[in-house]
Design a protein around this ligand. Sequence first.
Ligand code: SAM
Ligand code: SF4
Ligand code: SF4
Length: 376
Amino acid sequence: MSDKFIPIKPVNSISSATPKPQLNTPIFFNGQVLDRLKRPLKDLRISVTDRCNFRCTYCMPKEIFDSNYKYLPHSQLLSFEEITRLAKIFVTQGVQKIRLTGGEPLLRKNIEILIDQLSSIKTLDGKNLDLTLTTNGSLLARKARSLKDAGLNRITVSLDGLNDTIFKKMNDVDFAVSQVLEGIEAAKSVGLNPIKVNMVVKKGVNLSEIIPMTDYFLNSGVILRFIEYMDVGATNGWKMDEVVPSSEILKILGSVFELERFETDLTGETATRFQVKSKNGKEGEIGLISSVTQAFCGDCNRARLSTEGQLYLCLFASTGFDLRTLLREGANDQEIKNQIAAIWSTRADQYSMLRSEHAQLPNNGLKRVEMSYIGG
Ligand code: SAM
Ligand code: SF4
Ligand code: SF4
């Protein structure tokens, strides 16, 4: 069992010509495994379902994710016990933060049981895990209390505008803004803080929502983050001219608000952060996530575990590594740990950086895995 690893073809995803990654002898620094660009593994995103009740046009377009779309059968999903076991092993490799995602993670039945299991895991230096979850907010009003009670620390909610017509056009299932706002209020009231709100900005669609969203969340403690529309997956028909660069968002914000940049020394941080003040004295924080125009691959410490237990080393990857087979064929924890270290040490991914340097897609035209499958 010990030397076995299985690079896999992600479901609905790649061509059989995908090269098999070579495993290296892992390199460690202060007990932490490093990849080929000397980046440690700190952040694990776990997709708990590939299903969603929204059809955001930039993520799960209706035309593709229709009634004929083949989602994973339940038997292929990692069970909560399998996820928890893997999470514990990842933590022994230096992971300090776990984010549950999807698809829509709150659609996974009894997600609170998983949260409860994960919340007792301690990091290598004996601290509590930073345990968080990203949701579209549709079920949050009714679930916030049970998520908090189960041990979730904080939450990120996605919301692309305050205008119902615009939001409904983006979620494409006629879902109203007010219900997401109720979810955010519920999360606040139970203390899932700091709450972050993710807004994907798409040219010609929700530019007009930048100012109202910023204004709405001032003085609320909620951190609003503007995300550049990315070329993840293979189905959203991404075009560069639909991306609104963060520099443009900053210009729009600067025309109305006073902005001051925060200096942070957190490596692996995805957002550039600003303190915002309005003319009438309201204050807040915003972040810009510029994955397209200012790639942050240099210190990327994130790994992704797909719904069926494939390990992906980059959001834009085409190939994953099959950890579920290791689990189900009886590998022990040490064997799985060795495999994860060996896999991480092969990693040289820097997709966004290469994309910006060469103005072309860097993965040899291979079909990228869908975001709903590996999680955002
Ligand atoms: N369903 C949950 C949600 O929407 O929050 C969690 C999964 S979703 C894939 C995670 C995040 O990815 C969301 O904030 C979403 O807006 C973002 N996202 C999805 N597709 C994107 C794209 N093409 N470009 C930028 N962000 C995207
Ligand atoms: Fe669903 Fe989230 Fe993707 Fe929207 S972004 S379709 S809510 S998984
Ligand atoms: Fe990390 Fe890949 Fe995103 Fe670069 S493109 S920041 S390597 S996930």
